[in-house]
Design a protein around this ligand. Sequence first.
Ligand SMILES: CSC[C@@H](O)[C@@H](O)C(=O)COP(=O)(O)O
Length: 367
Amino acid sequence: MQIQSKHYHTIWVKGDRSSIVQIIDQRKLPFEFIIRDLESPADCFGAIRDMAVRGAPLIGVTAAFGMYLALFHLEGKNPEVFLAETADYLKSARPTAVNLAFAIDEMLEFMLQNLNDEAIMLKTLDRANALKELEIGFSEKIGEFGLEIIEKIYQEKREPVNILTHCNAGWLACIDWGTATAPIYKAHQKGIPLHVWVDETRPRNQGARLTAFELGEEGVPHTVIADNTGGHLMQHGMVDVVIVGSDRTTVTGDVANKIGTYLKALAAKDNGVPFYVALPSTSFDWNMEDGVAEIPIEEREAAEVTDIEGWSGATHQSVRLIPENSRAANYGFDVTPARLVTGLITERGICKANKQDILNLFPEKKK
Ligand SMILES: CSC[C@@H](O)[C@@H](O)C(=O)COP(=O)(O)O
């Protein structure tokens, strides 16, 4: 059963019930469209850890709403201590995406400053909503800058532009627009003919399930491929550009993104295919210099590799994929060194993946 076309944000506060935050549960898409209520920091933690919400900007904003929901659970507690503990707790939900710590730190600072304000509920809600709008605005700007890359390729080629992407860095991951997908949506809206190669993105298949769903909803021509196909396509001139997202990019331009991204970057380098990373400034780690050595890489349950989920008719099923006595490892992300990255598409423009160029774009981050 394919769900009906509908474009939502991926998180919002429930109409007249400001103590309830709602999300689209991404675990059952594209076959089931489920909206879930989050009513506490623990609900937000669970949604992030179990990947009902996922994608760097969205998990940051979900945690921001988690901090807001903490205000409904203050009774009998020391507010300063409880909020600081809640911040640490939410930060521990997933380790790699830096947007999580960014959003939580912003919220904690704001809430501690306004603890004695009788309008703290409203003000904190406004702050969480402002972070949500910030991410949406960043994604849209990324789309405008990234459009220039696709447009230039089309002007030279005069044939549909073939773009390869990995995982889901789309509106589901970013509340609206997406990072890697925003340039694609902008180009499609402008009438530039294009086609997207969608890596399935084992083990959780965010490409096959979510990116393909998104592109289909928007009417963007696309083809889902097994994860190992990209190199072959690049060798045969079938990819004009690779655009991916990022969970954490160092100030030197090393890029952590979904496992398998690094191999795509290597293949792109070997074949002279431009490899772009689209990311908002909230996905930069301004304190890290060496991505391979320093970025914490999430390891998830082996069951995501040993078993595979699918839908048979209206039934959701999970089946074993590997021998009962074989072990499985499940690294969630890898790091693509800056030397393999053609450019970073940010909300302020496109820059090379090196410290000088990144800080020229974000001079306020210079130390
Ligand atoms: C703008 S989304 C960038 C990344 O968050 C995305 O590419 C990705 O790797 C998501 O991983 P996920 O494990 O699904 O949260």
